[in-house]
Design a protein around this ligand. Structure first.
Ligand SMILES: CC(C)(COP(=O)(O)OP(=O)(O)OC[C@H]1O[C@@H](n2cnc3c(N)ncnc32)[C@H](O)[C@@H]1OP(=O)(O)O)[C@@H](O)C(=O)NCCC(=O)NCCS
Length: 176
């Protein structure tokens, strides 16, 4: 468990995949910007099992309630990338920002990586703000790079370098 101030990150197990399936198949949960998908439990379990250099974490409140997820994984070009989503009732309470800060602390403390990236829909202002608050900067736009909800859409790419992160913000000596 990665211990934060108001939330913790708990590594997911295969037995947790039914809850993940319910979340990712729920349009309210994925929000207004992510592509719509409908996936079976078997498909989600396969994705979980094929993660060789990545991890999925629940975002949990201090009472253990599961309120969302953050994940890191390697892209096809071997870039460390993150993804995240919170239950609609738990948004705009600072939990997204804290979850990303914990994940960055964990990744930079545990792996010798130089750079972490995130790709978002440029209209997703909430997602842009949490990245900026965690120290990411916008690198640019990949024009018409993914098909979602009936249209080819742009992707905004953000990154944070180890030297910009500098030091742990949440996983300090008190809780690791
Ligand atoms: C994107 C998401 C993770 C943000 O997490 P969150 O916990 O709601 O964000 P926070 O409470 O930490 O807010 C961080 C900042 O973003 C701002 N913000 C959050 N949601 C916003 C929105 N919808 N519109 C504008 N600003 C928003 C907050 O005001 C805050 O800014 P401030 O500190 O300057 O006031 C969450 O809204 C979510 O799960 N959305 C649906 C799924 C999704 O889009 N995932 C990302 C895919 S790339």
């Amino acid at each position: 468990m990665l211990i934060g101030n108001k939330i913790n990150l708990k590594i997911m197990e295969k037995k947790d995949m039914p809850l993940v399936k319910d979340w990712v198949n729920n349009i309210d949960f994925i929000g207004d910007f992510e592509p719509i998908t409908q996936e079976t439990l078997t498909e989600i379990e396969k994705q979980y099992e094929s993660l060789t250099e990545g991890q999925w974490f629940f975002i949990e409140k201090k009472d253990g309630t599961k309120i969302g997820y953050v994940a890191h994984y390697l892209t096809g070009s071997k870039q460390t990338e993150i993804g995240y989503a919170l239950h609609p009732n738990e948004r705009s309470k600072g939990h997204g920002t804290e979850a990303i800060q914990i994940l960055l602390d964990y990744l930079f403390l545990s792996k010798s990586i130089k750079r972490i990236q995130a790709k978002i829909n440029p209209n997703n202002i909430g997602s842009q703000r949490v990245l900026e608050k965690a120290g990411f900067v916008k690198e640019g736009i990949l024009r018409k790079s993914f098909y979602s909800r009936g249209e080819w859409r742009d992707t905004a790419i953000f990154s944070v370098l180890r030297e910009e992160w500098k030091e742990p913000k949440i996983l300090t000596k008190a809780n690791i």
